[in-house]
Design a protein around this ligand. Structure first.
Ligand code: NDP
Length: 459
């Protein structure tokens, strides 16, 4: 019998922590898990899940418009924010309840409150101490707003899910996942929207063709996208906010939302006191088996600052359980992690961007591009266009990047991620018979090289 109260004490009940706790308990470990805010963490409560529900809601605006040319008389659509917000909240309450019950059913001891690490094998909560052979830090992250005068007047994604009223006008600052997703959501729900991004082009790290296509589509839909621009100061004037921009202009609006990245929530939970080394940005350095410099303290998910995606955290949770209690030391393969941005239209992406491919393979690449109006929009007369892109190493024929912007891009990219992971060549893509009529079939029927490193070099 172990000298400790538990084999594993998990601090943080988000996707990664819950996965590690449940599977460890399933393998016979004695597990406790502590959470102070909400079961399911960011993803379930103020992230992926409610955001996707809002994204569906926003898309109806175009669906009503598109329906008319298919013969439907819809009438004047009217949107009611409290209905969406409250139905969303009820669904999230249902989901968090399931998390709680799943943990208990798996045999975990479920603890509610703020946990603090006291030493390499001890955690303190509400004056009680618990000992554990292993402590897993899975506390996730929190939105970060830079310092500037008037910072207290702005909101972040956390508040967006619970607004009392929907603003008529809003400004979003940032050019990452959250900023473009909320730009699409608010615009779709009828908010007059301006998005400001500090650099020359948003979605840094995504493929350039995809970034440009999204900017074009967002502008076509009526979003005011301003690049090379940031806010210097925000002032409250009655019910309105006035934002001074660094280009000398001034915007008056109802709401300013900051989506300028997230920071790991690793301060104030005793890590430094217990000897755990934090990087300058607050993330925890771990080895391939998620152990920090204090071997009994492990960490996973957003606190690592690697890839901040729920399925990455849950994969890491499985790896921790397998390593500690399954007799199978497991590492995580971070190559070809697919992701989707639920912008309007959405993006799906796996593998290298063209710029990354050129850096890794010089001129040994072929790029296949297809840009078209999807079948549905030939009748709807919706101006939105789809773009698909494959990147191939010419000498080996291996497909190393697949990118798309258009309806259902996220759904489509999951399957192509399997193909890339399996090492599929362009010849295998070409010999795969398409599903007709779909947009997806375009990925297996792109025959003409659009750009080729060697051809460009030869020109
Ligand atoms: P991101 O890191 O994706 O983007 C942050 C954005 O804010 C960047 O455009 C960045 O600009 C900008 N920024 C940073 N600091 C400042 C500043 N001081 N002033 C002005 N702009 C600034 O963060 P998000 O908050 O959008 O999302 C956090 C993470 O959550 C994502 O990286 C992603 O991993 C995850 N996520 C995933 C989703 C999905 O899978 N669909 C959805 C939502 C979130 P620059 O590029 O110039 O640094």
């Amino acid at each position: 019998m172990s000298e400790y109260d538990y084999d594993l004490f998990v601090v943080g009940g988000g996707s990664g922590g819950v996965r590690a706790a449940r599977f460890s308990a399933g393998m016979g470990a004695r597990v406790a898990i502590a959470e102070e805010r909400y079961w399911g963490g960011t993803c379930v409560n103020v992230g992926c899940v409610p955001k996707k529900l809002f994204s569906y809601a926003a898309h109806f605006a175009e669906d009503f418009h598109d329906a008319a040319r298919f013969g439907w008389t819809v009438g004047q659509p009217k949107f009611d924010w409290p209905t969406l917000r409250d139905n969303k909240t009820a669904e999230i309450d249902r989901l968090t309840g399931i998390y709680d019950r799943m943990l208990t059913a798996a045999g975990c001891e479920v603890l509610w409150g703020h946990a603090r690490v006291v030493d390499p094998h001890t955690v303190e909560m509400d004056g009680k101490t618990f000992t554990a052979e292993n402590i897993l830090i899975a506390v996730g992250g929190w939105p970060h707003v830079p310092d500037f005068p008037g910072k207290e007047h702005v909101v972040t994604s956390n508040e967006m899910f619970f607004l009392d009223t929907l603003p008529k006008e809003a400004v979003i600052v940032g050019g990452g996942y959250i900023a473009v997703e909320f730009a699409g959501i608010l615009h779709g729900l009828g908010v007059k929207l301006t998005q400001l991004y500090r650099g020359p082009h948003f979605l840094r790290g995504f493929d350039d063709d995809i970034r440009e296509h999204l900017a074009t589509e967002m502008r076509k839909k009526g979003i005011d996208l301003v690049f090379n621009c940031n806010i210097d100061m925000v002032e409250k004037k009655g019910d309105r906010l006035v934002a001074d921009l660094n280009n000398g202009e001034r915007i008056e609006t109802d709401m300013v939302m900051y989506a300028t990245g997230r920071r790991p929530a690793t301060r104030g939970i005793g890590l430094e006191e217990a000897g755990v080394q934090l990087n300058d940005n607050g993330t925890i350095a771990v080895d391939e088996h998620f152990r920090s410099n204090v071997p009994s303290i492990l960490a996973l998910g957003d606190v690592l600052g690697r890839i901040e995606l729920t399925p990455v955290a849950t994969t890491e949770g499985m790896a921790v359980a397998n390593t500690l209690f399954g007799g199978k030391p497991t590492t995580v393969d971070y190559s070809n992690v697919p992701s989707a941005v639920f912008s309007q239209p959405p993006i799906g992406s796996v593998g290298l961007t063209e710029a990354q491919a050129r850096e890794a393979h010089a001129d040994d690449i072929d790029v296949y591009l297809s840009e078209f109006r999807p079948l549905k929009h030939t009748i709807s007369l919706n101006e939105e266009r789809t773009l698909m892109k494959l990147i191939v190493i010419r000498s080996t024929d291996r497909v190393i990047g697949a990118h798309m912007i258009g309806p259902e891009a996220g759904e489509m990219m999951q399957g192509f991620a399997v193909a890339l992971k399996a090492g599929a060549t362009k010849a295998i893509f070409d010999s795969t018979i398409g599903i007709h009529p779909t947009s997806a079939e375009e990925f297996v029927t792109m025959r003409e090289v659009t750009r080729s490193g060697a051809r460009e070099a030869a020109e």
